[in-house]
Design a protein around this ligand. Structure first.
Ligand code: CAP
Ligand code: MG
Length: 399
């Protein structure tokens, strides 16, 4: 019985056989190393990696490696990663290796998963079956707390469901978290009293490992209604640490800065899918997975499957809301909805704050684009009697 099965793509260097390469990976990650060793006693072999069928794929091969349960320390995510996503990427006789997917057994998921999931987040917002619209405050850095809150108000009153800090804004001098958060929440309360709508603000609590839980607590004390964690720069376990903390009963929005260093090269690194599974099991309620058309390079054919790992069945854990973000604008919404469906958060920073008539009109244009997509009306047609959408399409066109 293996407890974690990892699927790899690999391309051996010239003169190296696929069997040798697969064995080299399995050995390096379990009981072996680059040469035979006198200390590898008979009794350690029950921890050997189990190599599945090796199949040709593109310029290389794919195979699974099954890792036996006892090799893992249950719940220790850094240790899991060091097994199925560790040294193997650097083996000099293998030109490229990519971790494509990972399957876990239930016993190795001693976590509760998301507290809210798509349904829980929908309840907070009061939406039914439509994509959510989000924004990122832009510029990324520099605005003071008062102006940040003003931009948040404009976006919220214009119709977004979610506002998030950008990833490089945490708790700098020009916009301290302690000042920014209460001011933004005040504006969200104002929007609630003016429109009845509940708008979420994912405040970025990303910080060093020993401080993130304290920052989450501080955010709760200041009235936050959502937290944001940048998962790769903080480390996966940051999500678990915050999600499992008693008294922090808020949804967690998960951003993924730095992911392209691992996900972008189609032959090497780590695909998004293992990250999706990890974030969901560790308690992320929302996770960026990419856009069909946008500013970030992405293999759109992978996207549907990635999102399914967040929304499909996974040992009965709650779902994680996929987030499409990066260069999105109202003219791109139709395509996103057609390809990705309704369980999606469509997030636009530049695509809202860059609207010729400002943030409020930009937010309205995004919502109009969503309404058009849901009604099956072409954006240009819908724009005829929706001036905000019209102005956005005039600026950015249709993706
Ligand atoms: C989007 C964004 C996100 C990207 C990251 C940005 O802003 O806030 O960080 O979405 O990509 O700063 O680029 P824009 P991904 O809407 O102005 O592009 O979600 O693919 O990880
Ligand atoms: Mg950003």
């Amino acid at each position: 019985m293996t407890e974690i099965t990892a699927t790899y793509y690999f391309r051996p260097k010239e003169g190296v056989s696929p069997d040798w390469a697969a064995r080299a990976i399995a050995e390096e990650q379990t009981t072996g190393t680059w040469t035979d060793i006198a200390t590898r006693q008979e009794y350690v072999h029950y921890l050997d990696g189990i190599i599945g069928d090796i199949k040709p794929s593109g310029a290389g091969y794919t195979c699974t490696i099954g890792y036996p349960s006892d090799i893992f320390e249950p719940g220790n995510i850094p240790q899991y990663l060091s097994v199925f996503a560790g040294n193997l990427f650097g083996l000099s006789k293998i030109a490229a290796v990519r971790l494509l997917d990972v399957e876990f057994s239930r016993e190795l998921i001693p976590f509760n998963g998301p507290k809210f999931g798509i349904e829980g987040v929908r309840k907070l917002v009061g939406s039914e079956g439509r994509p959510h619209v989000g924004t990122i405050i832009k510029p990324k850095v520099g605005l003071n707390p008062k102006d940040t809150a003003e931009v948040a108000y404009e976006a919220a009153i214009g119709g977004v469901d979610l506002i998030k800090d950008d990833e490089t804004l945490t708790d700098q001098k020009f916009c301290p978290l302690k000042e920014r958060l209460p001011l933004v929440m005040e504006k969200m309360d104002q929007v609630k009293s003016e429109t009845g709508r509940n708008v979420l603000y994912a405040v970025n609590i990303s910080t060093a490992g020993d401080k993130i839980v304290e920052r989450a607590r501080e955010a709760v004390r200041s009235g936050a209604n959502m937290l944001m964690i940048d998962v790769l720069v903080c480390g996966f376990d940051a999500v678990r640490a915050v999600a499992e903390q008693p008294g922090i009963n808020l949804p967690i929005h998960v951003h993924r800065a730095m992911h392209a260093a691992m996900t972008r090269n189609p032959e090497h690194g780590i695909a998004m899918r293992p990250f999706c599974r990890l974030v969901r099991m560790l308690g992320g309620d929302q996770l960026h997975t990419g856009t069909v058309s946008g500013k970030m390079e992405h293999d759109a054919s992978e996207l549907k499957g990635d999102n399914l790992t967040l929304t499909g069945d996974f040992f009965g854990l709650k779902t994680t809301f996929p987030v499409a973000s990066g260069g999105l604008h109202p003219g791109g919404v139709d395509k996103e909805v057609r390809m990705l469906g309704r369980d999606i958060i469509l997030q636009a920073g530049g695509g809202i704050h860059g609207h010729p008539d400002g943030t409020r009109a930009g937010a309205a244009a995004m919502r109009q684009a969503v309404d058009a997509a849901l009604a099956g009306i072409a954006p240009a047609q819908y724009a005829k009697d929706h001036p905000e959408l019209k102005r956005a399409l005039d600026k950015w066109g249709i993706a």
